[in-house]
Design a protein around this ligand. Structure first.
Ligand code: GDP
Ligand code: MG
Length: 458
């Protein structure tokens, strides 16, 4: 999906004039890509109408203001971006766990959706952010459910509660939450049972558990591979046991994740995380704007900074001053290089690569090998740099005219390209990334950090 959307936008940027033919071609490709990803036909056709109307209106305004073609391209790109965002943004804010109180989260969904796995991932996620987290197994329906949760929790070093003898899930949930509340845990996550289908018995059980533990947030866990059935399933759950957030799992397979978007539209409920694998760390925070930005190949610099901060927290020895540097807004090419090699050494490369702005379209579809090869080339570039160049912010590679305006890359950049067996274009890419990281570092934690970065990039 990403590669196709990015390709469509590239075509736009190559067009010499922005006329109806160009816009129609873009819209056609955009809609085809969305349909292929299993987004509901009705939603796609609404999107098409809206983008068209928006583009028309904005182009008329741009025309009046004596718009150049370049401006018009931005207008079209922005309309596409905004409408894609509104497709995944229900306009309601999900609950965010608060420090200093006990936050109870409850997962619901059909059997096999990924609830138990996701509950553990969530516990790890919050634990890492300084919330004391724990798990309660209220699944007495599936044989071995408690053993599974116990195994996951033990592996993740998360305290858990459950029972082999008690058969009433409501009683277990109530006891578990009560126990952990007394022990002043910050985040208590209640895992519930599922059934093979939506069944009244399941809904009754969910409602009863909900009444017993009064969750601050009920999360519906949705398997991406069910495609457009996500709409009906989420509606059925919403009608019986209201939920305030969605987590879409199994997006790492060849699932057509677009179906889940229909669930968001149908239930007006925000997606908060994506499950992207079976491992504990395969959980990505979801937010509409960065998600669309990644889809369109614009990267997700804020996500990257957050990821780096996470890694710094997980390896305090190895990265002890990164967090500080990020806070102070100091970020040299050497820092970027260090991050790149950390990225290489851990976690899913294709996932991370999709967060780096300006990498070739489709790299996230190309898989681990391709992403790894690209990251390696980026490191080769830094390997060819001298000490003072590494310690710089990258300005050292730029030539300026007498008035102080940048006029292009200098001989240093050419030397580095030659020395690393890459191209000046790739060196330029890396410098742009380091620059963006530095800019982002300056704003990390800032209110509108991500938006202002996006604006600067356009
Ligand atoms: P539950 O019945 O809803 O509790 O589902 P489980 O948590 O037991 O998960 C069912 C299966 O899906 C297990 O084999 C999990 O490892 C797998 N699973 C869960 N989340 C993901 C994911 O994001 N990606 C992949 N590939 N597998 C997942
Ligand atoms: Mg389970």
């Amino acid at each position: 999906l990403g590669a196709r959307l990015h390709g469509a936008l590239n075509q736009l940027s190559r067009a010499s004039v922005v006329d109806d033919t160009v816009i129609d071609a873009l819209l056609k490709e955009l809609c085809a890509a969305l349909l292929e990803a299993d987004v509901n036909v009705k939603l796609v056709s609404q999107l098409r109408t809206k983008v068209k109307a928006k583009v028309k209106k904005s182009l008329e305004e741009a025309e009046k203001a004596g718009g150049r073609e370049a401006n018009k391209k931005n207008v079209v790109q922005k309309a596409v971006f905004d409408e894609l965002v509104s497709l995944v943004d229900p306009g309601t804010e999900p609950y965010k766990p608060v420090k200093g109180k006990t936050n109870v989260l409850m997962a619901v969904g059909i059997q096999g959706a990924g609830k138990t796995t996701t509950c553990t991932k969530l516990a790890v996620h919050y634990q890492r952010r300084g919330f004391r987290s724990c798990l309660v197994c209220a699944d007495t329906f599936r044989a071995g459910a408690f053993d599974q949760l116990k195994q996951n929790a033990t592996k993740a070093k998360i305290p858990f509660y459950g029972s082999y003898t008690e058969t009433d899930p409501v009683a277990i949930a109530a006891l578990g939450v009560e126990k952990f509340r007394k022990e002043r845990f910050d985040v208590i996550i209640v895992d519930t049972s599922g059934r093979h289908k939506q069944e009244s018995e399941l809904f009754e059980e969910m409602v009863a558990i909900g009444e017993a533990v009064r969750p601050d947030m009920t999360i519906m866990v949705l398997d991406a591979s069910i495609g457009q059935a996500a709409e009906g399933q989420s509606r059925a759950f919403k009608d019986s046991a209201d939920f305030g957030a969605i987590i879409v799992t199994k997006l790492d397979g060849h699932a057509k994740g677009g179906g889940a978007i229909s669930a968001v539209a149908a239930t007006k409920t925000p997606i908060i995380f994506l499950g992207t694998g079976e491992h504990l760390h395969d959980l990505e925070r979801f937010a509409p704007q960065p998600f669309v930005s990644k889809l369109l190949g614009m990267g997700d610099v804020q996500g990257l900074v957050e990821h780096m901060q996470d890694m710094a927290r997980a390896n305090p020895d190895r990265q002890k001053d990164l967090a500080k540097k990020l806070e102070q807004g100091k970020f040299s090419i050497r820092d970027w290089r260090e991050q790149l090699s950390n990225i290489m050494s851990m976690g899913s490369l294709s996932k991370i690569a999709s967060m780096i702005p300006g990498l070739p379209a489709g790299m996230m579809d190309g898989g681990e090998e391709e992403a790894g090869a690209k990251l390696k080339r980026m490191i080769f570039i830094t390997d060819a740099m001298r000490q003072d160049e590494l310690d710089s912010d990258g300005t050292i590679f730029v030539s300026f005219d007498k008035a102080g305006n940048p006029i292009g890359l200098n001989r240093r950049a050419k030397r580095v390209a030659r020395g690393s067996g890459t191209s000046v274009r790739e060196v330029e890419e890396l410098l742009a990334q380091a620059r963006m990281m530095a800019g982002m570092a300056r704003q990390a934690g800032g209110q509108n950090g991500w938006m202002s970065t996006m604006q600067k990039m356009q």
